[in-house]
Design a protein around this ligand. Structure first.
Ligand code: ZN
Ligand code: ZN
Ligand code: FE
Length: 760
């Protein structure tokens, strides 16, 4: 008795060791037939004992290689084909539709064993990898994913490597980036001007230089890092100064989980994420006795920690035996440097040495950043290790879409069929070079995934560079998506949500349909449209953009709204600070509304409170005041401030006067800032709960989606989730894309897709 099945497997099944796995499985079960890659995935033709065939089908799913992601599988019965062996057949190489490319993968356990084994021919070789690990997205130039179309093409394999590459049972079978010390890339060190320093103990040399307090530019997977000793405060300060990054926290890399536990508390979910093959930076709670230099994450309770993800990282950490600061190799807001000459040119004056190599990076890719809330990931930046793995759309696309994303923290995506392919973190398009990277990356993604967009989605804001890019694309239908609608749609889309929701979209800035600046929004949202049902009270933004960089202006705007001219006599630290500023001018601005656009932004309310309590008058990066307010809050406090609703307003307006007056009273009574910060957070939770309860009455909806940059705040997010759940709501939050503007493109694509489908 023999049966035969023709099986097609879809998903991430190419370049992840799937064919050797199938070969091994068939051999083990004594089955005959063949396996090959085809444009849609993997095709298996298999025959033999019916009982063994059943086991084969089960094991195909249960025992699939670690990097494989099976999205669909079907098995058809076939007449017996009289196969006598099982073979791996050559792939079909015609251009593929929706073939997945894996993200870069951290060094696997087996490779690490070889790496540390003095008898292995790849002992301490900084570029070892296998079918289950190593660079992918950052080295691939085109599909199908084969060595010729990666930056490894220029390294012909030696006989030993070629033999492994060709052997179906070897763990390096068709491992495209495989290499060894004989045939692969090599490492060297240069001085601060890029001149090679010839040494045979490169890594020992680097180890000593780091411990001595030098800054090293290290070429990694997706670009250069700037690295230094994380224990020496003066060194970290020098790095900040040179890099022009005054305040934004830096991440550290430590050798293993145990080393991470010396610095921070690490929960089981956090440990799992840290050690995952994605190896993101995870925000962890610092221990009280955390030995990390204060300058790494000043004023922060949290520390961004990651584990090594390339063999080179392991070597450096073995040599230095201490936590290393690892921050992207760039100045201020420029894109990360990834080519040697460019890195030397741009990082001269920052790095004392360059640790570099000759395996080119094809695509730059920053580290990803995530935190764990309620045992699941809350992504803050989705990039290396995650990109370009697709995100499934709630409904398949009628035609391919390009969604251009936002202006800050930009990412874009291409959507086709059931999937959205989100780009790596591009950054702030205000910077010219970042905008160039945006344009190039869109072209690269179109080639890589062979997607020709038939429509383009973009933010409603006319001033965004991403919007201007979209509008310049000739002949494509353009769909403008309101900023907060896109935030909510992105949260709905990643949760596969099809029904309308109450969307709470709180962030810093987004262009509203009335031309005003929104940011404290409650929407009744579906993909095809939304209604603004409630929002935070609007206040003027005195000085426009400058008020974003200078929270003291926001505090004055709120005070003026509550106290009018009488605010001048308030006995507050802020007033003494403002007294030295062009304060009269400001007062006139506020009184007459000159250069003071209106905003309902929740982010600006955070800014105002931070300035009121004297925590921060000016910020160096977006969201700094809000982050510091979160860090400051005394988590044991329970009280809150008063708030109210404006009479008979449509949409409903949440008045914030009670909060401002409450904070001022507390300040005059010398209440600790940590208590005020906590009460402020608690008030926001109550606002969200009571508005959602009211909107449930109005709309009969019991589903709430939370999105926007404000929900990066774990203190607020956890309290809002628990509160809303207690109130009987189903709560959707982000776990695949960031709640900040890095997730906008997914929402734009989902909205555009539904609108196009409706248009028919
Ligand atoms: Zn490996
Ligand atoms: Zn070799
Ligand atoms: Fe936003």
């Amino acid at each position: 008795m023999r049966d035969r099945r023709k099986i097609t497997v879809q998903g991430i099944v190419q370049g992840v060791g799937f064919r050797p796995f199938v070969y091994g499985l068939a051999s083990r079960l004594g089955l005959d037939g063949m396996v090959r890659n085809d444009p849609t995935g993997v095709v298996i033709d298999v025959e033999g004992d019916p009982y063994c065939l059943e086991s084969f089908l089960r094991a195909l799913v249960d025992e699939a290689p670690p990097l494989a992601r099976i999205e669909g599988m079907c098995a058809e019965e076939q007449p017996i084909g009289h196969y006598r062996t099982f073979a791996i057949e050559p792939s079909e190489t015609r251009p593929d539709k929706n073939v997945f490319i894996t993200a870069d993968v951290a060094t696997c356990a087996e490779c690490l064993r070889e790496f540390n084994d003095p008898r292995n021919r790849r002992y301490h070789y900084p570029f070892l990898n296998c079918t289950n690990c190593g660079p992918r997205f950052t080295i691939v130039s085109a599909v199908p994913y084969d060595r010729e179309r990666t930056t490894m093409a220029k390294f012909p394999m030696c006989t030993a490597c070629q033999a492994e590459y060709d052997a179906p049972c070897d763990r390096r079978f068709h491992a495209q980036p495989t290499a060894c010390p004989l045939c692969g890339p090599r490492l060297w060190v240069t001085d601060s001007h890029g001149i090679e320093i010839s040494r045979d103990d490169t890594l020992a040399f680097i180890g000593v230089r780091i411990r001595e307090g030098n800054i090293i530019a290290v070429k990694g997977l997706g670009g250069y890092h700037l690295s230094c000793d994380g224990l020496q405060d003066d060194v970290v300060r020098r790095l900040r100064q040179r890099k022009q990054r005054e305040a934004k926290p830096l991440a550290v890399m430590v050798e293993n989980l145990e080393a991470a536990r010396h610095l921070c508390a690490v929960s089981a979910a956090e440990a799992e994420t840290l050690a995952s093959e994605r190896r993101p930076i995870v925000l962890l709670r610092k221990r009280l006795d955390c030995p990390i230099a204060e300058a790494v994450a000043p004023l922060h309770r949290h520390l961004g920690v990651m584990l090594p993800y390339t063999p080179l990282h392991y070597r450096i950490l073995q040599q230095t035996a201490r936590p290393l600061v690892m921050t992207s190799g760039n100045r201020a807001e420029e894109p990360i440097a990834y080519q040697h000459d460019d890195a030397v040119r741009r990082l001269v004056g920052i790095a004392h040495y360059f640790l570099t190599h000759n395996r080119p990076i094809f695509t730059r890719c920053d580290d990803s950043v995530t935190r764990i809330v309620f045992n699941q990931e809350l992504p803050l930046r989705r990039s290396r290790g995650y990109v370009p793995l697709p995100i499934r759309l709630p409904r398949p696309c009628t035609s391919p879409i390009l969604a251009c994303g936002g202006h800050l923290k930009n990412t874009f995506c291409l959507a086709q069929g059931e999937y959205a392919f989100l780009s790596q973190h591009i950054g702030d398009l205000e910077d010219y070079f970042t905008y160039q990277a945006f344009v190039e990356s869109i072209e690269h993604f179109q080639r890589l995934f062979d997607i020709k967009p038939q429509a383009v989605a973009y933010d409603l804001h006319p001033g965004y560079r991403s919007t201007q890019y979209a509008l310049a694309l000739q002949d494509l239908p353009c769909i403008a998506v309101q900023h907060h609608h896109a935030h909510i749609a992105s949260c709905m889309a990643e949760n596969g949500c099809l029904e309308p929701v109450i969307g709470v979209a709180w962030d810093g800035t987004g262009y509203g349909t009335d031309g005003r600046i929104w940011g404290g929004e409650f929407l009744l949202a579906s993909y095809t449209g939304f209604e603004r049902l409630a929002h935070l009270e609007e206040v003027p933004l005195p000085g426009g953009e400058r008020a974003i960089r200078q929270p003291w202006r926001m505090a004055l705007a709120y005070l003026y709204r509550c106290y009018g001219e009488a605010m001048a006599s308030l006995d507050l630290e802020l007033m003494r600070f403002a007294g030295h500023r062009p304060w009269r001018v400001m007062q006139q601005m506020l009184a007459r509304g000159i250069n003071s656009p209106w905003t309902s932004s929740a982010g600006r309310l955070f800014d105002a409170i931070a300035a009121l309590i004297g925590l921060r008058y000016e910020v160096q990066y977006e969201g700094q005041a809000a982050v510091e307010l979160e860090m400051l809050a005394d988590e044991s406090a329970v009280k809150s401030y008063a708030f109210s609703f404006a009479d008979d307003c449509k949409p409903l307006v949440v008045k914030t006067e009670g909060i401002i007056r409450g904070v001022v009273d507390d300040l005059l009574n010398e209440a600790p800032a940590s208590l005020i910060a906590a009460k402020f957070h608690a008030t926001l939770v109550e606002i969200i709960r009571s508005v959602c309860a009211y909107l449930r009455e109005l709309t009969n909806l019991r589903q709430v989606a939370l999105s926007g940059g404000v929900f990066q705040n774990a203190l607020l997010l956890t309290a809002v989730i628990s509160g809303l759940r207690d109130d009987g709501f189903t709560v959707y939050t982000h776990r695949l894309v960031p709640p900040n503007d890095g997730g906008l493109c997914l929402g734009q694509a989902a909205v555009a897709n539904e609108i196009l489908a409706k248009r028919g």
